[in-house]
Design a protein around this ligand. Structure first.
Ligand code: PLP
Length: 286
C-alpha cells in the first residue's frame, strides 16, 4: 500500500509530495517538528505534543497555518487513510519557500510549509523494551535552545552514528560533566535508594512529553523522584538507567560506556514504570 502523506492542505501518495529547494526548512533548517505515538489507531498524549509545537512556533515567530484542532484532524485522517494501528505521526512546519536564499525572515505573506506522514513500527512490543540498550557518553555539541523542537538534528545524527560505530544503540550527551539527555530522548537514572533522577526543565533539554507524564505517574504511584542534573560517574554507579520518548515510552539502559548498569539487565523500577506507562497508554487509546 502506498503511503499517503499530507502536504500544505493535500493528502497525496508519498512520491507526489514535493517541497521547493528554496524552502527555508531545506536551506536553513528553519523548521520545527513533533512526533506523536499511535496505539490502537489512536494518538497518544497528542495535546502535549501540539502544545509544545505551539510553544516552539512562538519562540521562533513561526505561524502555524492551521488551528490545533485542525492539526489533530489532519493527523487522524492520515492515520485512517494509512490504516495505521501502531507507530507514529511525524509533523513538520517550516517557514516556507521565499524563492531565494536570504537569511532574514521573509516579510509577511510567505506560506509556511506543513507536512505530515505516518510511520508504522512496534511501540508496545519493541524488542529493545525487553533487552534494554547500550549507550555511550559523548560531548553535547548542540545549540543552546534545546527546549525548541527544531529540525536541525545533525548533532544527534552524529551522536547516533558515533554510538553505532562503538557497537552501542544510543548516546548520552554530556555538558560540563553532567548528562543533558539522549540523542532523541530524555535520560534517567535510579539511585541506590530507588529514587528516579532526571534533569530539570531548562533550555538545556527538550521538555519531553513522556518525561512529564512519567513524573506524574511516579507521583501517583509513590515512586520517589528528583529533578536534578546528574554526572556521568553517578550514571555509572546508578542501580538502573533508562530513556524516555514518545515512540519508545521507556527503554532500559543496561550498559554505559561498556560498564554494566546494576547487574546489566533491565531493572525492576524501570520495568515497573514502563508497565505503568503502558497501562495508561492502552487505557487512553482503547
Ligand atoms: N529529548 C530529545 C532531544 C528528543 O529528541 C526527544 C524526542 O524526540 C525527547 C527528549 C523526548 O521527548 P518526547 O517524550 O516528547 O518524545
Amino acid at each position: 500500500m502506498t503511503r499517503i502523506v499530507y502536504i500544505n492542505g493535500d493528502l497525496v501518495p508519498e512520491h507526489e509530495a514535493k517541497v521547493s529547494i528554496f524552502d527555508r526548512g531545506f536551506l536553513f533548517a528553519d523548521a520545527v517538528y513533533e512526533v506523536s505515538a499511535v496505539l490502537n489507531g489512536k494518538l497518544l498524549e497528542n495535546a502535549g505534543h501540539i502544545a509544545r509545537l505551539v510553544r516552539s512556533c512562538r519562540e521562533l515567530k513561526l505561524t502555524l497555518p492551521v488551528t490545533p484542532a485542525q492539526l489533530e484532524a489532519i493527523q487522524q485522517e492520515l492515520i485512517a487513510v494509512n490504516q495505521l494501528k501502531e507507530g507514529a505521526v511525524y509533523l513538520q512546519l517550516s517557514r516556507g519557500n521565499t524563492g531565494d536564499r536570504e537569511f532574514e525572515f521573509p516579510a509577511a505573506g510567505v506560506t509556511p510549509t506543513l507536512v505530515l506522514f505516518t510511520q508504522a513500527r512496534p511501540v508496545i512490543d519493541h524488542p529493545k523494551a525487553l533487552t534494554g540498550i547500550k549507550v555511550v557518553t559523548l560531548e553535547d555539541i548542540r545549540w543552546r535552545r534545546r527546549d525548541i523542537k527544531v529540525v536541525g538534528l545533525l548533532a544527534p545524527c552524529l551522536a547516533k552514528e558515533y554510538a553505532h560505530a562503538q557497537g552501542a544503540d544510543d548516546a548520552f550527551l554530556v555538558e560540563h560533566g553532567l548528562i543533558t539527555e539522549g540523542s532523541a530522548c530524555n535520560a534517567w537514572i535510579v539511585t541506590a535508594q530507588g529514587t528516579l533522577v532526571t534533569r530539570p526543565l531548562s533550555n538545556d533539554i527538550l521538555h519531553g512529553i513522556t518525561r512529564q507524564s512519567l513524573l506524574e505517574l511516579a507521583k501517583r504511584h509513590d515512586i520517589p523522584f528528583e529533578e536534578r542534573a546528574f554526572s556521568v560517574e553517578e550514571a555509572y554507579d546508578a542501580r538502573e538507567a533508562f530513556i524516555s520518548s514518545a515512540t519508545t515510552f521507556i527503554w532500559p539502559v543496561v550498559q554505559i560506556d561498556g560498564r554494566a548498569v546494576g547487574d546489566g539487565t533491565p531493572g525492576p523500577i524501570t520495568r515497573a514504570l514502563r508497565g505503568i506507562y503502558v497501562q495508561m497508554a492502552l487505557r487512553a487509546t482503547a
